[in-house]
Design a protein around this ligand. Structure first.
Ligand code: HEC
Ligand code: HEC
Ligand code: HEC
Length: 390
């Protein structure tokens, strides 16, 4: 099955599950999320007039206690500033019910979404209190920033000795890969183009999110990969370069850097802010045509009218290319549409993470990845030519 077909199948299946019994008679079920986006989102996305915001557990907490029937009734007949059926007279009660269920879905305990984040932040509060009361040396809780994410130590804490030198080299390799790991880097990218703020930023694949999680089993390699193995994969695919040997000076320096900025991270704990948050199938096809519009209004000023990025005076890139032969190759994680959509939603446009909707992230990701880029080094020419799903 091709990729699009697979997504379509999955998203229909999800919709079908989410919208329950009334969906059965028609082949296209009353898509709760479409109704939501067409009629309800105008108020519920941003909280207009005090409307409880989509997916915001705190806004819904007290309301949920009324039970689904009361909520449905209020949505159908109107309630205070909430107009009957959201003010859209063409909606039937089952339509409104589908929209309400769609709105309630991310709040149910079965869905990791906000509940998990809530649980996490409660835990963080506890840990923070614990940290304040802990006496030096008696208890250690990892250092946190103001939002409760892990806060890595600054480079200034490094000693002026050989250890410090190796970590500083690792930092340079990570942020200026083309100069400091020239024999392994590909043509254009540096590690920190994707691992933002030199691998420190939560939700931008921070190195400290990875450091305690390897060796760990990876589905793609079907074995326990070490942190060196994982980095080697990024060299090969994300960088379209060559993997350094585990004991090469470059790899050792990268490891030293990853380890240094992870000081205080527990081993084997999936830290909040690791990787980037997942996104749902929205129920719409990802559309490269809509993606193109988004690209032109929100990405093109930086990444160029042909995804080529902007070169810098020293021959590298001020802004990295999104496609073409200097970008990541078809074996890279970002070549998977969902991965790219997740990365973009959390991080792009630069410094405006989480400003695109999930649908916009899907669309623009599908647009970026229809363009040509280097082939996957793991695939032979025949697979490259004939594989329908990459
Ligand atoms: C014009 C803005 C607006 C639109 C459009 C709108 N809502 Fe609301 N909605 C509100 C406001 C405001 C409230 C909070 C009312 C209150 O409790 O004061 C609300 C509350 C609700 C509640 C909670 C009711 C309760 O008892 O706590 C549900 C459920 C709801 N809306 C569903 C929907 C659905 C479904 C749609 C689309 C079909 C929709 N809304 C469209 C403004 C809107
Ligand atoms: C084009 C973007 C891109 C570039 C460039 C890139 N990476 Fe990655 N990297 C990713 C993505 C995407 C993932 C996978 C995230 C996931 O699986 O959730 C990843 C994963 C990783 C991980 C594991 C993260 C984890 O939490 O398990 C490490 C370590 C890593 N990269 C190191 C590097 C190093 C070192 C370089 C430079 C040599 C590099 N990356 C270059 C995109 C990139
Ligand atoms: C203000 C300029 C700016 C805008 C606007 C912007 N980006 Fe970026 N983008 C960057 C920079 C700079 C980096 C590299 C970050 C770094 O090295 O610190 C980057 C990195 C990326 C990467 C990972 C590296 C690569 O080359 O693949 C992707 C993917 C990406 N941007 C996609 C987008 C998309 C899609 C949009 C529009 C929704 C967008 N960007 C909007 C500046 C921008």
């Amino acid at each position: 099955m091709g990729k699009t077909g697979l997504y379509k199948g999955l998203s229909l299946a999800l919709l079908f599950l989410a919208s329950g019994a009334q969906a059965v008679e028609t082949t296209s079920p009353p898509a709760g999320n479409k109704i939501y986006h067409d009629t309800c989102a105008s108020c519920h996305e941003k909280g207009l007039l005090g409307a409880p915001r989509f997916g915001n557990a705190a806004d819904w907490e007290a309301r949920l206690k009324q039970g689904r029937d009361v909520l449905l009734n209020h949505a159908v007949s109107g309630f205070k500033a909430m107009p009957a059926a959201g003010g859209n007279a063409s909606l039937t009660s089952p339509d409104v019910a589908a929209a309400v269920d769609y709105m309630l879905n991310p709040l149910s305990p079965a869905n990791t979404g906000d509940k998990a984040i809530d649980a996490e932040s409660n835990l963080l509060d506890k840990q923070k209190a614990f940290f304040r009361h802990a006496k030096r040396g008696r208890a250690f809780v990892y250092p946190m920033d103001k939002d409760g994410y892990f806060s890595p130590p600054p480079m200034e804490e490094l000693p002026d000795d050989k250890y410090g030198d190796e970590v500083r080299l690792g930092y340079r390799i990570f942020t200026q890969t083309q100069e400091y790991a020239a024999r392994y880097a590909g043509r254009g990218l540096v590690c920190s183009n994707c691992h933002l703020n030199a691998g420190r930023k939560p939700h931008a694949i921070p190195l400290w999110g990875a450091a305690g999680m390897y060796p760990g089993y990876r589905f793609s390699s079907d074995k326990n990969d070490t942190l060196e193995d994982r980095m080697a994969d990024c060299f090969r695919n994300s960088m379209n370069g060559i993997a350094p040997a585990p004991d090469s000076p470059e790899m050792r320096a990268l490891l030293a850097y990853a380890n240094f900025i992870s000081k205080g991270i527990p081993i084997g704990v999936h830290m909040p802010g690791r990787s980037f948050p997942d996104i749902d199938y929205t129920g719409y096809e990802a559309s490269p045509a809509r993606g193109k519009d988004i690209y032109q209004t929100k990405c093109q000023t930086c990444h160029g009218n042909n995804g080529q990025g902007k070169s810098s005076a020293d021959g590298g890139y001020e802004i990295p290319p999104l496609w073409g032969f200097n970008s990541y190759n078809k074996g890279a994680s970002l070549y998977k549409q969902r991965m790219l959509a997740r990365f973009i939603r959390a991080n792009m446009p630069l410094n405006q993470g989480f400003s695109l909707s999930e649908q916009e992230a899907w669309d623009v990701a599908s647009f970026v990845n229809i363009h040509e880029r280097p082939k996957s080094p793991a695939k032979g020419i025949w697979q490259e030519l004939f594989a329908s799903d990459h």
